[in-house]
Design a protein. Structure first.
Lengths: 112, 114
């Protein structure tokens, strides 16, 4: 019940296309859903996060869509660029619990 | 702020040797996390501390692993004796606490056990 399942494991998108990564969770107590971005040789860094009181959050080309009833959330990258090539992790936590449960990660490659 | 600092950045050792990884969290952050990343298992939480006290060590693989946080600005993760299957990238992260949920990760230590 503590797991967060992420798909796909890897994704190749053409420059200018839309990249979509999906995550699903079981624990209905989760109330904080961040996405982390990791470049090779670096640690993960927070990209964007959402709480379940909204169904969508947008920051520039990055959007999180959240479906509370389905217990799913997804990251959409519009107008994908080669510089977006990285590994993306979804995660979930309970406010106050501090501990993040991470998905398995998606390796995104944007072809020029 | 310099961010989370980890040392060494790379460590190559032989099976059976003791390995100590070090972490300096961001000043003012009151929670610290140790993660291990491998291709097979992804990003795994090993242990985390809140106000220097270990809160959850359920991810520590076995007794060969130990972690300490003697003060708010320093933590160590020790593996004794090390084994080839411990080869991975180990990350330290810190979190401010309160209403702030963002974990800030260090650059990681790439450990290779021969």
């Amino acid at each position: 019940q503590q797991q967060v399942k992420q798909s796909p494991q890897s994704l190749i998108v053409q420059k200018g296309g839309i990249s979509i990564i999906n995550c699903a969770y079981e624990n209905t107590a989760f109330d904080y859903f961040p996405w982390y971005q990791q470049f090779p040789g670096k640690g993960p860094a927070l990209l964007i996060a959402i709480r379940p009181d909204v169904s969508e959050k947008k920051e520039g080309r990055f959007t999180i869509s959240f479906n509370k009833s389905a217990k799913q959330f997804s990251l959409h990258i519009m107008d994908s660029q080669p510089g977006d090539s990285a590994t993306y992790f979804c995660a979930a936590s309970i406010t106050g619990a501090q501990k993040l449960v991470f998905g398995q990660g998606t390796r995104l490659t944007i072809n020029p | 702020d310099a961010g989370v600092i980890q040392s060494p950045r790379h460590e190559v050792t032989e099976m059976g040797q003791e390995v100590t990884l070090r972490c300096k969290p961001i000043s003012g952050h009151n929670s610290l996390f140790w993660y291990r990343q491998t291709m097979m298992r992804g990003l795994e939480l090993l242990i985390y501390f809140n106000n220097n006290v270990p809160i959850d060590d359920s991810g520590m693989p076995e007794d060969r692993f130990s972690a300490k946080m003697p003060n708010a600005s320093f933590s160590t993760l020790k593996i004794q004796p090390s084994e080839p299957r411990d080869s991975a990238v180990y990350f330290c992260a810190s979190l401010q606490g309160g209403s702030y949920n963002e974990q800030f990760f260090g650059p990681g230590t790439r450990l290779t056990v021969l």
